[in-house]
Design a protein around this ligand. Sequence first.
Ligand SMILES: NC(=O)c1ccc[n+]([C@@H]2O[C@H](COP(=O)([O-])OP(=O)(O)OC[C@H]3O[C@@H](n4cnc5c(N)ncnc54)[C@H](O)[C@@H]3O)[C@@H](O)[C@H]2O)c1
Length: 255
Amino acid sequence: MAANKMFDVAGKHCIVTGGAQGLSRGMAEGLLENGCKVVLMDVQKEKLEKVCEEYRAKGYEAWPVSGDLSDRKDLNRMFDDAMKILDGRLDVLIPAAGIQRRHLPEEFPENEWDLVININLNHVWFMIQRALKVMLKQETRGKIITIGSMVTWFGGTTVPAYTATKGAVSQLTKSVAVDCAGRNININAICPGYMDTEMTANMTQARKDECTLRIPQGRWGTPDDLKGIVLFLSSAASDYINGTTIPVDGAYLCK
Ligand SMILES: NC(=O)c1ccc[n+]([C@@H]2O[C@H](COP(=O)([O-])OP(=O)(O)OC[C@H]3O[C@@H](n4cnc5c(N)ncnc54)[C@H](O)[C@@H]3O)[C@@H](O)[C@H]2O)c1
C-alpha cells in the first residue's frame, strides 16, 4: 500500500467507550474528523447525547449508546445496539471507559474495589470478546486499542485497584495479540501519562505542580494528544504492530 494511503480510516465503523468526555471523547473525535462512523458509549446519557448531537451538526457520524458498562447485561445490550447502528460491521474498538478510586490499601472499600475492576478490566475484556466475534468473521483487519496508564508500569499511591487493572489491561492486550495476531486482528495498548481531564481534576494544585516538574516535556497531556496515536493504531500504517504497550506521556516514563 502506498504510504500516502496508509493512514486513511475514512468509512471505518468504530466503538469508543466512555465517550461523553475526556480522553475517550478526544479519541472518538479524532476518528470522526477522519471520516469514521463512531458509536460513543457512556453512562452519562444526557451529556453523551449532547456531545453526539454537536458532532452530527458538524456532519460527523457520531451515535450515542447510553448505559452502565459495569453491568454485564447492560454491556451486552449496548454492544447489540451499537452493532445495529453500525450495520453489523466493526473495524475499530476502543474500550476506554475507566474510573479511579483513592483510598489507602488497608481502607479500600470492597464495593469500590469491585466497581473499579468491573469497569477498568471486566468491561474491557467483555467488549473485546464481543468485538472479536464480529471482527474475526470479517475479511478486513480488526483493530483494538486498549487504555493503560503510567501505573501499568509502576505503583501509584492510594490507587491499588486502578493500578491492578491497568497492569492487567496491558497483559490482556498481549494475550489477545498472541491468539489473534495471525487472524487479522491488531490489538495494542496506549498508556497516557498525566492528562488534563475530569479524572485528574480533583488533584490539588500542589500535587499537579509536582507532577508537571517530573514531565520532561513540561506540560500535561490533553485529549487531542491521543488523536495521532489512535489514527495510527486504527489504520493500515500499524498493521504489523501487535500486542505493544505505547506510552503517550511527554517522556514521563524516561525520567
Ligand atoms: N486522565 C488521565 O490522566 C489518564 C491517564 C492514564 C489513563 N487514563 C485512562 O483514560 C481513560 C479515560 O479517562 P479520562 O481521564 O478521560 O476520564 P474521565 O473521568 O474524564 O472519563 C471517563 C468516562 O467514562 C465514563 N464511565 C465511567 N464509568 C462508566 C460506566 N460504568 N459505564 C459507562 N461509562 C462509564 C464516564 O462517564 C466518563 O465519561 C480511562 O481508562 C483512564 O483510566 C487517564
